[in-house]
Design a binder for this molecule. Structure first.
Ligand code: BDP
Length: 705
């Protein structure tokens, strides 16, 4: 109750104070359009819940808070007097929340809304569906569209999950928005109110799972001390339908259990995991399951004992016994052959194991074959694993996408992958249909996003980072939504409801990823970022712990040209795809140039389908990137009167950094590649004022101690 009061107080102040972004897209600020606001006030007097239950009350309360904030009017929450009540017209001037009778398993989180101004019926297909229905209704009110509509929704993916790469000491691996949102040193005694806001925000976009710790996992999370803390978090998230998962360290039986081995076939090890899994369930009865990074980047795993990924995953699945939890086993492995092609290593390790995993196991695959690059072709594992459920792993945090200083709307990147056709079962076997189970009939479906949340007041550092969290959730719920539609929803709820202004912002968002790619990785270049920090450019990086941690390994720039020939030259990784895909990416003259250097090595003067040489095309893209950022700055400046001042200034400052750094990328890549091409800049493009040495030194700053 106290929280609600505080919340209402904040809402009443929000028109006076600048907005720190902490309320995300659940702002519930007073609607400026008086006609619309008044019509809402006139249309609704009450919220009626048909059955008393915790979730129904939660859903009703959220609508009550939203309505009060948006209109100033407090709706009463009433319990229906007649249990048989429920018809569309049975409720006058009210919003009726009820549970449907048709509860097929698959649809159990869905909802229906029938609404006519003055009479709105929200039917959850389950209690949880009611929560999602309530948030969908609020979204529509916030967006100020019509209240006369009927919708019927079911999530397309079962487990819609955030993966937090948060460490026990409060740091976040690849986090750019402050420290961890989980206060491990305070838990379980102090519950940070932000956990509730976190749960609300996630529930509002359909996210129903969270793995709370880094995949480079500490065994600490499996101790009784920490299980109590995790239980406290799980208790806060549960009412909103969010299950907790834990990332585990495969060596835990040794480090924690004092055993001599962590061999998955060792009976003592198996018993240890079984006991541990039972113990976890005593704290968290609805425990979601394990997320495992094994034999990857130095993490322990079954291969340390001569066993396979399937041996390791199946052992954990066995430990799960009759509990409902699942085992999510990551496929981000590339230890096979440092002289080979990293592109194909996960495929090569996992393909022979297809069909050997326990039914509680799902293998989680990053969207692309290398590592969350700004543009990757879809991972060749998608479409090639008919017998093993594959989960999608996207990265919401902008590790390779400008951290939290570059404005980068990622829905188009997620969509590009989801909409790619694998041709696994003929045309139309898109990646989305593989992971939602419709292509191979997977019994478990998962979409995970590496979270970009942190302790910053606005959660994500860059205010537009919120849009990526939002978009991930919406796409995990329904991958058929368009990027524009999602952007429009987010803008209208978060920044402004003015239609002209919101259109401009959506346009800016839709152009942001292409602009970023132009000044960083045009034409399918990849993996040229500064070593370790993964921020600015370092195309000259040629020595590292492994060859495939360098840049030169990927771009292969030399006097004879540029690009990684995966079409038979250096490797034949292109062959991992279906014949139709090989056809479309195999010919540099016909293919989508956005993937060019992923598969081809071409001479600098090779004439492309655009009519330009490789060099001229590359340089015109590098040079257009910063110009596009300049346009973003102008657009943003023109929106000053429409945007909250704190958010406006925040984004303005970040765009200035982005512009400066787009020049850094452009100059670094031009000056570096020029050494090999020996060609001049195309006509109108201006020589940078700095030298290659200058940009090399700029990157070195990031390594100073
Ligand atoms: C890479 C990150 C590293 C992660 C790793 C992973 O640089 O911090 O641990 O992915 O996904 O992108 O396991």
């Amino acid at each position: 109750m106290k929280r609600v009061l505080l919340f209402l107080f904040l809402i009443s102040c929000s028109s006076v104070f600048a907005d720190d972004g902490s309320r995300l897209w659940l702002k519930y600020d007073l609607i400026k359009d008086e006609v619309y606001r008044k019509s809402l006030v006139k249309s609704y007097n009450q919220i009626v819940i048909q059955f008393e239950s915790d979730k129904a009350k939660l859903a009703a309360k959220e609508i009550q808070i939203a309505f009060k904030g948006l209109t100033g009017k407090e709706l009463q929450i009433n319990l229906a007097s007649k249990p048989e009540l429920g018809g569309f017209n049975s409720i006058k001037k009210g919003i009726l929340l009820t549970i449907g009778t048709d509860k097929s398993e698959k649809e159990s989180e869905g909802f229906r809304i029938q609404s006519q101004k003055g009479s709105s019926l929200i039917i959850g297909k389950s209690e949880q569906g009611l929560i999602y229905g309530a948030f969908a209704f609020i979204r529509l009110i916030q967006m100020q569209g019509t209240l006369d509509f009927t919708i019927n929704e079911n999530p397309k993916i079962q487990v819609r999950m955030l993966n937090h790469w948060d460490n026990a000491n409060g740091t976040v691996e690849r986090g750019y928005a402050g420290s961890s949102i989980w206060k491990w040193f305070e838990l379980p005694y102090r519950i940070d109110p932000r956990y509730i806001d976190y749960a609300r925000a996630n529930a509002s976009i359909g996210i129903n799972a969270a793995s709370i710790n880094n995949v480079n996992a500490s065994s600490r999370f499996l101790t009784a001390e920490y299980l109590e803390k995790i239980k406290a978090v799980a208790d806060v998230l549960r009412p909103y339908g969010i299950k907790v998962f834990i990332s585990v360290n495969f060596r835990s039986p040794r480090t924690l259990g004092g055993l001599e081995t962590s061999d998955p076939l060792d009976p003592g090890v198996r018993k240890w995991w079984k006991d541990k899994t039972d113990e976890i369930h005593q704290y968290i009865p609805d425990f979601g399951g394990y997320l495992v990074k094994a034999n990857s980047e130095g993490e322990p795993g079954p291969q340390d004992y001569g066993r396979t990924h399937a041996d390791g995953a199946n052992m954990l699945a066995d430990a799960m016994g009759d509990h409902e939890g699942i085992v999510i086993w990551r496929a981000f492995v590339y230890d096979a052959d440092p002289d080979g092609d990293r592109f194909r290593e996960a495929y090569d390790q996992f393909k022979p194991l297809d069909g050997t995993f326990d039914k509680k196991v799902i293998v989680q695959v990053k969207n692309g074959p290398i590592d969350f690059m700004p543009r990757e072709p879809f991972h060749p594992m998608f479409g090639s694993f008919p017998e093993t459920p594959l989960a999608m792993e996207f990265q919401i945090t902008q590790e390779y996408l400008g951290h939290s200083t570059h404005l980068n709307y990622l829905a188009p990147m997620f969509k590009e992958c989801l909409d790619s056709d694998t041709y696994a079962e003929g045309k139309g076997s898109t990646v989305a249909k593989v992971i939602d189970g419709s292509v191979h009939g997977y019994p478990i479906t998962v979409m995970a996003g590496v979270a970009n949340t942190g302790s910053d007041a606005n959660w994500t550092g860059h205010p537009f980072g919120q849009a990526n969290w939002y978009a991930f959730g919406r796409l995990a719920w329904d991958h058929t939504l368009s990027s524009e539609k999602i952007a429009n929803e987010w803008v209208k709820q978060t920044l402004t409801n003015d239609s002209e202004a919101s259109q401009k912002i959506v346009g800016l968002m839709m152009n942001s990823l292409p602009a970023y790619i132009n000044y960083t990785y045009p034409l399918g270049l990849h993996h040229m970022m500064g070593e370790g920090h993964h921020y600015g450019p370092q195309p000259w990086l040629e020595k590292s712990g492994r060859p495939d941690w360098t840049s030169v390994y990927y771009h292969r720039a030399a006097k004879d040209g540029i690009g990684f020939d995966r079409n038979g030259g250096i490797s034949n990784s292109l062959k991992l795809y279906a014949p139709e895909v090989i056809d479309s990416w195999g010919n540099p003259d016909k293919m989508d140039l956005n993937y060019l250097f992923w598969f081809h090595h071409l001479s600098w003067d090779y004439k492309l389908s655009t009519g330009k040489t490789v060099w001229d095309e590359l340089m015109s893209r590098y040079y257009s990137g910063p110009e596009e950022v300049k346009e973003f700055q102008k657009t943003w400046d023109s929106l000053k009167s429409e945007i909250d001042i704190e958010t406006y200034e925040n984004v303005k400052g970040r765009l200035a950094i982005q512009y400066k750094e787009s020049l850094w990328w452009r100059d670094a890549c031009y000056l570096y590649f020029k050494q090999y091409s020996g060609m001049p800049l195309p006509n109108s493009l201006k020589e940078p004022e700095r030298t290659l040495q200058d940009v090399i030194e700029l990157e070195q700053i990031y390594h100073l101690r």
